[in-house]
Design a protein around this ligand. Sequence first.
Ligand code: 3PG
Length: 305
Amino acid sequence: MKILVATEKPFAKVAIDGIREVVENAGYELALLEKYTDKQQLLEAVANADALIVRSDIVDGEVLDAAKKLQIVVRAGAGYDNIDLEAATAHHVVAMNTPGQNSNAVAELALGMMVMAVRNMYNGTSGTELKGKKLGIHAFGNVGRNVARIAKGFGMEVFAYDAYCPDDVMLQSEVTPVHSANELYRTCDIVSLHIPATAETRNSINRALVSQMPKGALLVNTARKEVINEPELLQLMQERTDLRYVTDIMPVADADFRQFEGRYFATPKKMGAQTAEANINAGIAAAKQIVDFIENGNTKFQVNK
Ligand code: 3PG
C-alpha cells in the first residue's frame, strides 16, 4: 500500500516524521513529492499511489485519470475546493478533509493580521487598538470559533453571521449572532472572513456588502481569494480612502491592490495553516484517516458522498 504526500507547500519536517510513523506502523510505504513546480511531476508520482495526502494542491480529473490505483485522497486541511469531487466520485475515489485540525493556526494569523493593520503595518505612526472594537466573524465554523475565543481575549465585542449555525452555538461562546451578512458588515469595524469557496460564496464579498462598513473599516481574509469580488473591492477602495484590506491569499489583482499602500497587505504565500502544530495535526489526522479507511472502511470524513 503506497501513500503519497504531494505538497507544493511542504509540511514541517516534524509533521512528515509523524505521518511516516502512522503509515509505516500500518505496514504501508510513504512516498513524498514536495515543492513540485510542474503538474507533470504530480501526474507521474500519483501513478502508483493507493492513497494521496494533499494541501491546496489541485486534484482534478487529469490527476485522477493518472492515479490508476488511487482509493482515497485526503485534503490535510479544511477547504476542499481544490479537489474535483465529481471527478473523484466518477473515479471511485473517496475524498476527505480533516476539519478543525489547522483552525487555531489560521485564527491566530487572522488576529495577527488585524494587529498589523490597526498598527498601520508597523510603520511607526500612531494606530488604534483592537480592544473595544466590534469584530464581525463571517461564518462560525472551526476557524471562526477560534477567532472569537482569541478576539475576546483582546477585549473585542464579537458578532457572527452564519446561515448554517444556530444562534445558541454563538451565544454559548458569548458571541452576538446577527441574522444577515448585511447586518454584520453594517455593525462591525472589522470583518474576518471564514467562509469556504463554493458556488454560493464565489464573488459574494462585493461592493454592496463591504460599502456598508463603518468609517475606518478593515476586512481580513484568511479564507479564499475566490470569495472576493476583486474589481468591486478595488473600486470601493479607490472611492473610500479609509477602507483597509489584509489578506492571506494574494488576490489575482495584487498589482492593482498595491496602489493602496498602507491600506492593503497580502502574504506572499498563504500561511494561515503553516505552523508545525497545524501541520502535525492535519497531516497525522490525514494519515490516520487513510489507514482507518483502508483497514476498516471508515468514511466519517468523506466529502464526496
Ligand atoms: C485550509 O483550507 O485548511 C487552509 O486554507 C489551509 O490551506 P493550506 O494547507 O494550503 O495551507
